[in-house]
Design a protein around this ligand. Structure first.
Ligand code: PMM
Length: 306
């Protein structure tokens, strides 16, 4: 039961057995709040993701961590079974589904809104059958173009993330003259393929893909130019949480901050992108980002007297 006591990134558990709470009615995408930036909690059921890889070796420990994020207030739980870190090995769809499906089923049963982080159409299909409500495909259709058909027929929201190449090649493809313009143009190209397959404008959520074929300077430039991404006319999701560019920013005595030391900087980014109207942030530690969203919302509602 130790796994229930120490949630990664969410601080000490307040309830020793969150898993035993009563099931709630299934959450719906349409019921998500629209008056503030949403917070998506990251749940990697993988042995090797860069921040939380290896923490959830059993479905039970992953479910407990997901439930803690849900009860901490996460609007969406993003469940992934394949590491996306540079150089990561491919995982078969069968193994990926073995990892994620029991976790999705349990979280949905508890009333959480779940997204499936996958590049495989078969895993996305199985996840939707298990109750997931959003597809998060960091490949931007580049691995399995048939994902477009699935999004069109299932009518679920689809997170379209900018990336060049794959986990093995992306670092060598981080060459841009105007990163924001190129990311927007490349996202628009994939968006048009989604439209051609019959996907609607409201289904698409765009994501700059921080760290995916981007160096530190590219990530900062994209964050600064979020409005250019918004000009595509879709909801925007930002995934900066604990990424390497924050580790380098927080370098002390020549040593980059380790992932767990990057949460305050992550929350600072959440406050900034929330103030700029991002639809959602994808984070490991839910609570600080929820607080950051509150700060941004309260500031936006403050009166100016002159
Ligand atoms: N980053 C990672 C994985 N999935 N999905 C979206 N939409 N955006 C991201 O930036 C993103 C993602 C890699 O980070 P992780 O290993 O912490 O999940």
């Amino acid at each position: 039961m130790d796994s229930l006591a120490a949630a990664p990134g969410t601080g000490p558990a307040t309830s020793p057995l969150p898993i035993l709470r009563k099931p709630r009615p299934a959450a719906k995408f349409e019921d998500l709040p629209t008056d503030r930036t949403l917070v998506m909690g990251i749940l990697n059921v993988t042995p090797d993701s860069f921040s939380d890889g290896g923490k959830h070796e059993t479905a039970d420990s992953a479910i407990a961590a997901g439930l803690r994020m849900f009860y901490a207030g996460a609007d969406i739980i993003d469940v992934g079974g394949e590491s996306t870190r540079p150089g990561a090995e491919d995982v078969s769809p069968e193994e990926e589904q073995r990892r994620v499906l029991p976790v999705i089923q349990a979280l949905v049963k508890a009333g959480a809104l779940v997204s499936i982080d996958t590049t495989h159409a078969s895993t996305a299909t199985a996840a939707l059958d298990a109750g997931a409500a959003i597809i998060n495909d960091i490949s931007g259709l580049s691995i399995e173009p048939e994902m477009a058909e699935l999004v069109a027929t299932s009518k679920v929201p689809y997170i379209l993330t900018h990336r060049r190449g794959d986990a093995r090649t992306m670092n060598s493809l981080a060459e841009y003259t105007d990163v924001a313009a190129e990311v927007v143009a490349e996202l628009a190209g994939v968006r048009d393929k989604l439209y051609a397959a019959g996907v609607s404008q409201e289904q698409i959520i765009v994501d700059p893909g921080l760290g995916f074929a981007k160096n530190d300077a590219h990530n900062w430039e994209l964050l600064r130019n979020l409005d250019r991404l918004e000009s595509l006319g879709h909801k925007v999701l930002v995934g900066a949480s604990r990424k390497r560019f924050l580790g380098s920013l927080l370098t002390e005595a020549g040593k980059a901050a380790v992932p767990e030391e990057r949460d305050a900087a992550t929350a600072a980014i959440t406050a900034i992108v929330a103030a700029r109207g991002a639809w959602a942030v994808r984070v490991h530690n839910v609570r600080p980002s929820l607080d950051a969203v509150k700060v941004a919302s309260r500031l936006a509602a403050a009166h100016t007297t002159h």
